[in-house]
Design a binder for this molecule. Sequence first.
Ligand SMILES: CC(C)(COP(=O)(O)OP(=O)(O)OC[C@H]1O[C@@H](n2cnc3c(N)ncnc32)[C@H](O)[C@@H]1OP(=O)(O)O)[C@@H](O)C(=O)NCCC(=O)NCCS
Length: 169
Amino acid sequence: MDIRAEKPEDVKAIYQVNKEAFGRENEAILVDQLRGIASTVSLVAVQSDQIVGHLFFSPVTINRHSSSQLLMLGLAPIAILPKYQRQGIGSLLIQRGLETCHQLGCDAVVVLGDPNYYSRFGFVAASTQGLRCEYDAPDDAFMVLELNSAALQDCSGTVQYRSEFKVCE
Ligand SMILES: CC(C)(COP(=O)(O)OP(=O)(O)OC[C@H]1O[C@@H](n2cnc3c(N)ncnc32)[C@H](O)[C@@H]1OP(=O)(O)O)[C@@H](O)C(=O)NCCC(=O)NCCS
């Protein structure tokens, strides 16, 4: 299993992986719309020359009481082709993805999803850090992981995803 950054020739396969994993095209369209925006991360999982998984991060914004720069990314979407699910590929993508985010200087990552899954990677309920999700979601489903300790000390309020995410509502 090779995990690597997206290449230009991967675009069609990434669309297909998202479409098949989610059973609809919204997330695939979202990735197409976010591609090329600054501070995004796009990784693929490749097995026998086939793209079987994809993970994307894009910038989110938050109210701050300080003027210093803070880079916060949202993990979404993550998609594994159905027949390759539950083989550890998603976990591998997330681990590598978080390492890449850290290398890029990202301070914290948020995710909206299953707490049982994302807590394995160190995510905790964002509400414990005073952060809320702009979408209607159960409290424990919106999570955050600090990559820089104390990065969130002077953050609070609602985390805003990019407007392109409306395609998934
Ligand atoms: C969710 C997803 C990315 C996980 O990737 P994966 O490679 O299957 O996951 P891993 O093999 O790393 O981990 C497996 C564990 O994840 C959990 N898991 C996998 N898919 C899950 C799902 N759809 N919902 C909740 N938990 C899930 C299970 O607990 C599983 O553990 P188990 O095998 O002991 O039951 C993948 O199943 C997928 O693409 N699903 C469809 C798209 C989607 O829902 N994306 C996430 C949106 S937040």
